[in-house]
Design a protein around this ligand. Structure first.
Ligand code: GTQ
Ligand code: FE2
Length: 382
């Protein structure tokens, strides 16, 4: 049986179909290849050109309680400032060599700011977003526009925008960052620039809405003041109230007998760029799913990888051959071409809608742009 998946096969006699008969002459040929730094296709093809995706990442779950506790410890021990830039602690997929990569393309981290703290201004080519699972009191300043961060808010921030964060509250605050750091690492096309060490007094305001929302945050209304200047969404905050209402309306419509939900008991929205109706970031797609208690999603798998965070409610999620009971804040990874499904199980401690609300982000825009997107929904073993 040939199993060529794990790393390059050392040149030598390979026990796989279609291999030549071992001989002294063959050994000499392979030594010649090694000497001249050549590798033949026939020893590598199973790894290089598999019949279907075999992700190097594995499904994995991180508990929010554990993350939060360690982030708080870091808050007391690790300063935030120039150099380290951010008190951000990344999920490291257990099969990606200890690198801070949740998946081969996606970075997911918990970021923590103590009361009154500032994270210094910088910019980078990496595309980013923030998502807030609990708390409030931090403003992120993107291109000198202070943007509030409250529970359920989603804040996309396309590459090369100047940004800093400041905690105006009297308590620490945590949120998650999603970036395309692992993807851009592979592209070898990253740039990074430090900005001002402190933001201006005029940027320390704590407005309830950012200027970007005042300009772009009106459903179906596009300002005539000109095109969006950014490579991603010009809208810097998608407030929870709007997301919540969209999901509640979808479920209510279905109950009234009208179409709207993606499948019974399952409402979903994609955060989209109001200037293009496309994804919010060139490399990252983000969505919020709401699954009614007692409902479940059909198993599906697709190319590209995703990270999920339970925003609210509880349930059981299945990723390939792994399955976990999950609750608020828990994060898990769905590698490429690994089946995912979820069951919503209301528990007494759940608040809000009682449903299982799942925030998710993926690298889907990259795969779609390259014609590598593929989805399977039929014939997947549950
Ligand atoms: O907040 O600017 O998790 O630049 C990783 C890199 C957060 C940020 C991260 C970053 C940031
Ligand atoms: Fe950053």
């Amino acid at each position: 049986m040939s199993e060529l998946a794990d790393g390059p096969v050392r040149l030598g006699m390979v026990d796989a179909p279609g291999q030549p008969t071992p001989s002294d002459a063959l050994a000499e040929l392979y030594r010649g290849f090694e000497r001249e730094l050549l590798v033949p296709l026939w020893t590598e093809i199973g790894d290089l050109m598999p019949a279907r995706p075999r992700s190097k990442a594995v499904p994995h779950l991180w508990r929010w309680d554990a993350l939060l506790k360690l982030a708080d410890q870091a808050g007391h021990l690790v300063p935030v400032g120039r150099g380290g830039e951010r008190r951000a602690i990344a999920l490291a997929n257990p099969s990606l060599g200890g690198r801070p990569f949740a998946t081969p393309t996606l970075w997911a981290a918990i970021q923590y700011l103590m009361p009154g703290e500032d994270a210094p201004e910088h910019r980078h080519t990496q595309h980013a977003f923030r998502f807030v699972v609990e708390g409030s009191g931090v403003w992120t300043v993107v291109g000198r526009d202070p943007v509030p961060m409250n529970r359920g808010d989603f804040l996309p921030q396309a590459g090369w925008n100047w940004h800093a964060h400041h905690n105006a509250a009297d308590h620490p605050m945590a949120w998650i960052d999603g970036l395309d750091i692992p993807f851009q690492y592979q592209t070898e096309a990253q740039f990074f620039e430090p900005g001002r060490d402190t933001i201006g007094e005029d940027e320390r305001g704590t407005p309830a809405r950012s200027r970007s929302e005042r300009l772009w945050g009106h459903p179906g209304l596009r300002p005539l003041s000109g095109p969006a200047a950014r490579s991603g969404s010009p809208l810097l905050r998608y407030a929870w109230d709007d997301t919540d209402r969209a999901l509640a309306d979808q479920l209510a419509l279905a109950e009234e007998g009208f179409p709207g939900v993606v499948e019974p008991g399952h409402a979903a929205v994609r955060y989209s760029n109001p200037a293009t109706a496309g994804d919010v970031l060139p490399t990252i797609r983000a969505e919020m799913h709401r699954i009614r208690p007692g409902s479940e999603t059909a198993p599906r798998r697709q190319t590209g990888s995703a990270v999920y965070q339970v925003f609210d409610g509880s349930g059981r999620v299945t990723v390939g051959d792994r399955s976990w009971s999950v609750g608020r804040g828990d994060l898990f990874v769905v590698p490429s071409w690994v089946a995912f499904s979820a069951v919503s199980q209301a528990s007494a401690s759940d608040s809000d809608s009682g449903a299982l609300d799942l925030f998710t982000f993926s690298d889907a825009p990259v795969f779609e742009a390259l014609g590598l997107d593929r989805t399977q929904t039929e014939g997947i073993e549950a």
